[in-house]
Ligand binder design. Structure first.
Ligand code: ADP
Ligand code: MG
Length: 490
């Protein structure tokens, strides 16, 4: 039904015209805390089933939750990094529902008074465009346990290790207008969380997952009814799921149907969403303040102290890279995605051409690391050596083309680029006499073509350049080859 030709991202062409998407995200970020939100049990991932469960987590009668101060600090830190309002008084509520892996029969969360209120973040869409997405709130809550259905043919098992682990739920306003924007939004939140150390952002292990709310409308109309796609754990799936869900909704409306607010699951094998349950409203959960916990209160001074500990954040770092190194906003946004990228770049670009360094890092180095399944941390090419390679190119000692060979060698041998160039005799030939010798040879061997060229076939010039370069094994200075060929092909 849909076609994507000439459509802007987030637009869908139905049989009756153009539709646009409205998207809001709820991100669940697991706090990087050693212990759980209300108990001292370990919050680490991957331990034996039911080995990190305290009596509080198992909801034994009479057990009392005690708030983990470190987790509160991380929520405040995140709120500050999201330019959001910090609420000095917030309240924990019980969200009641039954689930086999929820022994309390309720989840402790925050409902009417969350710890963090409204904020906003800037997201980078491409080289020119940025947009702002509003944050509705951030609240603290417990994670639930896990039901294991694949351990026994007829029984399900329960693992309570995850029960009570601290989560921050970050709720966006419905400000997002395309799947790509949603992806960029999650990327930015993830980046900020990793900078401040509040969450490791590991989407594969589930430390960061998103529920995506999607509705469609005629451009400029009121919002339509939304469906929520639960628990997406990769940016690629987020983009796919939103696109396919919006197309499904357009199909339904155009064939005379109506969207029911419901919770849906994304099937990664079909690339489509399917219904999980009709959506509960808040009142179905019978929220009420948890009588075991006092309201959470802290002073402005304490918030100010936390603010002092914030590192420089990606937006500010980006501005600094653009200003100090003259690189494009887009390159800068890629380089600040992870703090390690920025640190590596600043070391590499020290004293050499910043733009060229950014190019080499983003295209060549990132490409090669990805191919070898390596991260920047265990990169065989050090920042210093990448900088030296850029220096050799800028000084004309090697050509950009030879530099690629040198770089491949650096990925294997960890040698410095100068060493490789010396060992393999790869210095660029910038000596007129040497190059003229090659030119003479090429002219001599291609008399026919020279005649054609002189007879007006200008396009053949590229052929002669190519031949000379080939003869020099790529080492001739291309600028000089051009110049000398022009002078000699007369
Ligand atoms: P719930 O817990 O019921 O899912 P929340 O307030 O936690 O409600 O989250 C609602 C999410 O849905 C927010 O991210 C919000 O931006 C988004 N949203 C609200 N209305 C719409 C709509 N019409 N279309 C798409 N997203 C919406
Ligand atoms: Mg929700």
């Amino acid at each position: 039904m849909t076609e994507t030709l000439n459509l802007k991202p987030g637009q869908i062409k139905g049989t009756s015209g153009i539709w646009e998407m409205v998207i809001g995200l709820e991100i669940h970020a697991q706090i990087s805390s050693k212990s759980k939100l209300f108990s001292g049990a370990s919050a680490s991932f991957g331990s034996d089933a039911n080995s990190s469960v305290s009596l509080v987590d198992a909801a034994m009668p009479g057990m009392l939750p005690v708030i983990n101060k470190f987790c509160v600090e991380q929520a405040v830190k995140t709120g500050l990094a999201l330019n959001a309002k910090i609420n000095n008084i917030s309240v924990f509520d019980r969200k009641n529902y039954f689930y086999a892996d929820l022994p309390q029969g309720y989840q402790i969360s925050q409902f009417t008074k969350p710890i963090v209120g409204e904020g906003e973040i800037i997201i980078d869409l491409d080289s020119e465009n940025q947009t702002v997405v509003g944050i509705e709130r951030l609240h603290l809550e417990q994670d639930a346990g896990k039901s294991l259905h694949d351990q026994h043919p007829t029984k399900s098992f329960i693992d309570l290790n995850r029960t009570g682990v601290a989560l921050m739920e970050i709720v966006s306003k419905p400000d997002i207008r395309s799947p790509q924007e949603a992806g960029a939004y999650v990327k930015k939140i993830r980046s900020i969380l990793r900078y401040i150390g509040a969450c490791d952002g590991n989407m594969e292990e589930g430390s960061l997952r998103a529920d995506c709310n999607v509705s469609v409308r005629r451009p400029g109309d009121e919002f339509g009814t939304r469906c929520e796609i639960k628990n997406l754990n990769s940016i690629r799936f987020i983009i796919q799921a939103i696109q396919s869900e919006a197309e499904r909704q357009v199909d339904i409306i155009e064939s005379g149907g109506k969207i029911n607010q419901e919770t849906r699951l994304f099937d990664t094998s079909t690339g489509e969403t399917r219904s999980m349950r009709s959506k509960e409203d808040a009142h179905d959960y019978r929220y009420f303040p948890d009588p075991d916990l006092l309201p959470l209160e802290f002073s402005n001074e304490w918030v100010a102290e936390i603010k002092e500990t914030l590192p420089e954040l990606p937006d500010s770092l980006k501005k600094r890279l653009i200003k100090d190194f003259g690189i494009t906003p887009y390159d800068a946004s890629v380089l600040v995605e992870e703090k390690e990228y920025t640190d590596f770049y600043i070391k590499a670009a020290n004293g050499v051409d910043g733009k060229l360094t950014a190019n080499w890092m983003i295209t060549e180095l990132f490409g090669a690391l990805k191919k070898e399944n390596l991260t920047l941390e265990n990169s065989p090419v050090s920042p210093e050596n990448l900088g030296k390679l850029v220096g050799l190119i800028s000084k004309g000692i090697i050509s950009g083309k030879i530099a690629k060979d040198v770089f491949s060698e650096m990925m294997i041998s960890k040698k410095s680029p100068a060493e490789i160039v010396r060992e393999k005799g790869l210095e660029q030939v910038s000596d007129d006499k040497e190059i003229l010798k090659l030119i003479d040879k090429v002219i001599l061997e291609n008399q026919e073509k020279v005649k054609d060229y002189l007879g007006g076939k200008d396009k053949l010039f590229g052929f002669f350049v190519g031949q000379v370069m080939k003869l020099s094994q790529g080492k001739a200075n291309p600028g000089l080859v051009n110049k000398l060929l022009k002078e000699n092909l007369k």
